[in-house]
Design a binder for this molecule. Structure first.
Ligand code: C2O
Ligand code: CU
Ligand code: CU
Length: 460
């Protein structure tokens, strides 16, 4: 198994502090902030008709909790698997030691039913992130296993309130019960959409907020499939960060495209008069859909968006473009005649997609090879070429990258972990390979990921 010795695995499962220190990021002497999750089954009411049976959450009795961590503060998350199948948990967007990245067979063995795994890391970046399993990913996410993870800045930027919004669909029938999680014919195209839109596991929740106050909305699109366009209506609002990284200049909070895995931090100024309502909209050609309502309560606090302090930049290393090596990646169909790959962590039984003509077998004991190997500390340009007529949110674990250019549109100089590659688009992104290990690299439309559009990059 690349980069992972038997001994390291044993240390990893014992979850000792020594193992963490060996992981490459300096262990701080301060005590870790402790969190605990228990992956569990539950019945929970999404639709009024009846509780949805067979949902999965990270706690036994409700929606996945928001995990609140502190930038630069050591954190330990004890994950208990109370499901009757294997799993693992991945911390999407966090730059952490490879052994804590939660990818089965690449960075750890799956967590067996009834077993626990202790994840320990120190988040270097602040912002909005999320967490989800990386094992039997389609079904476990479809049943509910997506949660928002917040890493707070050391210094408060001046909001009155912080409101994470976990945005996703479920595939439910009219009786409130799960229907088939996907259809193979969709997996070979744009993916299978859910039937019920939710925010924090509720359909159209109403949040009562202090009138005239400043609220930090943290949108996390944790859906399996939907590339959506979002807007705030009925209030002043600005996008201040995307995918956990602050924007040099805030953007208007409308026509904001977010793909699976992407996040947006929005500064919302709550309306002034009692019971006045602002909304979060999903914009569709067929008409806008209200996902959530923000209702003003009490006398106006009369705050002003200009009172907010700019968010500090995250310490992501800046690539040396003059000396960067170019690595090519082609996202395409799977080579003809490829047999469906077997997988211990939930194969869909189909192969439709590939990266560089390879449909990654994934999720099973090796051997398998990295798509590319990067030298520790060196700068690279990844040339991402989409030769398909579908959009693919391309996600890289463990390293953040900067958007450089596209053959189709002008790109803002964003730093991100998940870039939406439009149909037939070629995009250059750049990074410094500063984090050693094997890093998963895949489309975040989970049906694409699980039918070939996945692989990994090695940094050594
Ligand atoms: Cu959000 Cu490999 O995943
Ligand atoms: Cu990730
Ligand atoms: Cu895709």
């Amino acid at each position: 198994m690349p980069g992972l010795s038997r001994r390291e695995l044993l240390l990893g499962s014992a979850g000792t502090v020594a193992a963490f220190a060996a992981g490459g990021i300096a262990a701080s002497t301060a005590q870790a902030a402790e969190h605990a999750l228990a992956l569990s089954y539950l019945d929970h009411g999404i639709l009024p008709e009846a509780p949805t049976k067979g949902m999965m959450s990270f706690v036994p009795d409700g929606p996945p909790p928001v995990l609140r961590l502190r930038q630069g503060r050591k954190t330990a998350i004890e994950v208990k698997n109370a499901l009757d199948e294997v799993t693992s948990v991945h911390w999407h967007g966090l730059r952490l030691a490879n052994r804590m990245d939660g990818v089965p067979y690449l960075t750890q063995y799956p967590i067996e039913a009834g077993q626990s795994f202790r994840y320990e890391f120190t988040p270097p970046d602040a912002g909005t992130f999320w967490y989800h399993p990386h094992c039997n990913t389609l079904e476990q996410i479809a049943r509910g296993l997506t949660g928002v993870l917040v890493v707070e800045e050391e210094e408060d930027p001046g909001f009155d309130r912080d409101l994470p919004l976990n945005i996703r669909d479920f595939r439910l029938g009219g009786d409130g019960q799960f229907i088939d999680f996907y259809k193979a014919r969709n997996a070979a195209r744009g993916g299978t959409l859910g039937t019920v839109s939710t925010v924090n596991w509720q359909t159209g929740p109403v949040y009562d907020l202090d009138a005239g106050s400043l609220v930090r909305l943290r949108l996390a699109v944790t859906d399996l499939t939907r590339v959506g366009t979002y807007a705030i209506s009925g209030a002043q609002a600005r996008v201040i960060a995307l995918d956990s990284n602050p924007l040099p200049k805030p953007l208007p909070a409308n026509a904001l495209t977010l793909a699976p895995g992407q996040r947006a931090d929005i500064a919302l100024r709550v309306p002034d008069s009692e019971d006045e309502v602002a909304t979060l909209l999903l914009q569709k050609p067929s008409g806008d859909k209200v996902l959530a309502r923000f209702r003003a309560k009490g006398a106006s606090a009369e705050r002003d968006l200009r009172e907010l302090r700019p968010l500090p930049q995250n310490p992501v290393p800046v690539p040396d473009l003059g000396n960067a090596e170019v690595l090519d990646f082609v996202f395409g169909w799977s080579p003809e005649g490829d047999a469906p790959q077997q997988s211990l962590c939930g194969s869909l039984g189909y192969t439709f997609w590939s990266i560089n003509r390879i449909a990654w077998p994934g999720d099973r004991p090796g051997p398998f090879d990295p798509l590319a190997t990067m030298k520790l500390g060196k700068s690279y340009i990844l040339r991402l070429r989409n030769e398909t007529p579908n959009a693919h949110p391309i996600h890289l674990h463990g390293l953040s990258f900067q958007l450089l250019r596209s053959n189709k549109r002008k790109l803002p100089p964003l730093v991100t972990d998940t870039a939406l590659l439009l149909e037939e688009e070629t995009m250059d992104v750049a990074l410094v390979a500063d984090n050693p290990g094997d890093w998963a690299f895949h489309c975040h439309v989970i049906e694409h990921q699980k039918t070939g559009l996945a692989g990994f990059l090695r940094v050594e």
